[in-house]
Design a protein around this ligand. Structure first.
Ligand SMILES: Nc1ncnc2c1ncn2[C@@H]1O[C@H](COP(=O)(O)OP(=O)(O)OP(=O)(O)O)[C@@H](O)[C@H]1O
Ligand SMILES: [Mg+2]
Length: 252
């Protein structure tokens, strides 16, 4: 695909001999779009994302960020590439021993080398404003609700102005109204900040509401990738099964 920002090519990943997780994954992430990755629990969605960001290395296959194969990179090259990739962990993992402010400053200092205290504070304030949590700098993660923690995680993920942001189940565990507000934030990140978004989700209704592309991971491969309309109209057995189960509320 011409305008793919990330291209996953024939990626295999197993843990030990028996535990084959990814079995030849191919996926193009279109620049400027929201791509949703769906699939049942334990199928390897988080593992796939961790391979894309370089936390895990595939056993074989390539992962291109633009023209560079990140699987062939050394540590320094990978750190450089990572400035382009934001990541919201599945549990919105914040550093519990750090204030909200310090959590968000972390990538600014570590990845961008920002040192000026005033500039850092201004950027943190701007990010907190953006995610709807102005003035929460001094709070600690333990003082925040789950939804607020996800927002702080989101602020941290976009802090260095990456070109692409990967969200691992950003709405899981939130009530529907909070989930919608996180979806709206992701739309804002995509449309106003012009960042490419990849969203892993169990929430099929949300996926169909705002994703441009839906990719289904099943049995270690991307079984289907297309627009939500194409997914709904698809005759692909696994996709059909996944959709009907999900809308009955027993999928995931
Ligand atoms: N570092 C690891 N070492 C060994 N096994 C792992 C590791 N990371 C993941 N796995 C295994 O890989 C499989 C896929 O895990 P993964 O977390 O990617 O699933 P998932 O699709 O994200 O599920 P969920 O929807 O529940 O988050 C699981 O069986 C998991 O136990
Ligand atoms: Mg996961």
């Amino acid at each position: 695909m011409e305008n793919a920002i990330v291209r996953v090519r024939n990626v295999y990943k197993s843990f030990g001999e028996e535990h084959k997780i990814l079995n030849g994954v191919n996926l193009d992430i279109e620049e400027g779009r929201i791509t949703a990755v769906i699939g049942k629990s334990g199928t390897g969605k988080s593992v796939l994302l961790k391979n894309i960001i370089g936390i895990l290395k595939p056993d074989s296959g390539e992962i291109f960020f633009r023209d560079s194969d990140i699987t062939k990179m050394n540590k320094e090259e990978l750190l450089e590439i990572r400035k382009n990739i934001g990541y919201l962990f599945q549990d919105a993992a914040l550093f519990d021993f750090m204030s909200v402010e310090d959590n968000i400053k972390f990538p600014l200092v570590e990845q961008l080398g920002m040192k000026n205290g005033k500039e850092l504070s201004a950027r943190v304030a701007e990010l907190l404003e953006l995610v709807g949590l102005p003035g929460t700098e001094k709070k600690f993660p333990s003082e925040l609700s789950g939804g607020m923690r996800k927002r702080v995680g989101l602020a941290r993920a976009i802090a260095v102005k990456p070109r692409i942001v990967l969200f691992d189940e950003p709405t899981t565990g939130l009530d529907p109204i909070l989930a919608e507000s996180i979806d709206a934030l992701i739309d804002m990140v995509n449309k106003e900040l012009n960042m490419t978004c990849v969203v892993i989700s169990h929430d099929i209704a949300s996926v169909f509401r705002h994703a441009d592309k839906v990719a289904l991971l099943y049995d270690g491969v991307i079984q289907f990738c297309g627009t939500p309309d194409e997914a709904l109209a698809s005759n692909h057995e696994v996709m059909k099964h996944f959709i009907s189960n999900s809308f009955r509320g027993i999928g995931g």
